[in-house]
Design a protein around this ligand. Structure first.
Ligand code: ZN
Length: 194
């Protein structure tokens, strides 16, 4: 990534291709299936999938926004279509370290859901379709799920100092899983949730 382009003090413009979610000037971080051990409910299907081919599940921009309350971090998230067993490809999901910070996701291509869950156990799945904005309220963990056949691409913005808490989800899991049942995305209880 050429950090000279990103002048967080004086401002900058940055081009994203809305059909790919990529920028010619900045790279993405990549998450492969092997990096998501334990996050899918079907461990056997997971091991078989990884042994067969370590697929790229998702990628996202991390542009290095200053971690202050006055700055905004942004970029695109790109989740590829696929499943582990019956469970759709998804991002790991996270709470913000500063729990009282919200986030915006604007869907560019594909279809799926933003799965939301509060520490108290309230949950919701907001549908993502091109042109729709999903508001992730403060205090809610969020995970993008690709429940379609095309690539799910979203543009996101959040407070620069919000921080990412992946550990809580990695340890506890989400209460709900998004699986394909009779050809339709369906939310079911996560048997591994604790
Ligand atoms: Zn977030």
């Amino acid at each position: 990534m050429d950090k000279k382009l990103l002048d967080w003090i004086h401002g900058f413009g940055l081009d994203f291709d809305v059909s790919t979610g990529l920028s010619p000037d900045v790279e993405t971080r990549k998450r492969y299936l092997s990096q998501m051990k334990g996050m899918y409910s079907d461990d056997l299907a997971f091991e078989n999938s990884v042994a067969n081919y370590d697929s790229l599940v998702y990628e996202f921009h991390e542009l290095g926004a200053p971690e202050t309350a006055g700055d905004l971090a942004f970029g695109c998230s790109i989740v590829y279509p696929g499943k582990v067993g019956d469970e759709y490809y998804m991002t790991k999901g996270h709470f913000h370290t500063i729990l009282d910070t919200a986030e915006i996701y604007f869907c560019l291509t594909g279809s799926g859901y933003m799965l939301l869950e509060s520490p108290e156990g309230d949950w919701a799945a907001q549908e993502l379709v091109p042109g729709r904005v999903v508001y992730v309220p403060k205090r809610y963990a969020h995970r993008s799920i690709n429940a379609g056949k095309d690539v799910l691409r979203t543009f996101f913005v959040f407070r620069g100092d919000a921080g990412h808490d992946y550990g809580t989800i990695e340890t506890k899991g989400y209460r709900k899983l998004c699986v394909e049942q009779n050809g339709q995305p369906t939310f079911v209880d996560n048997p591994k949730w604790r």
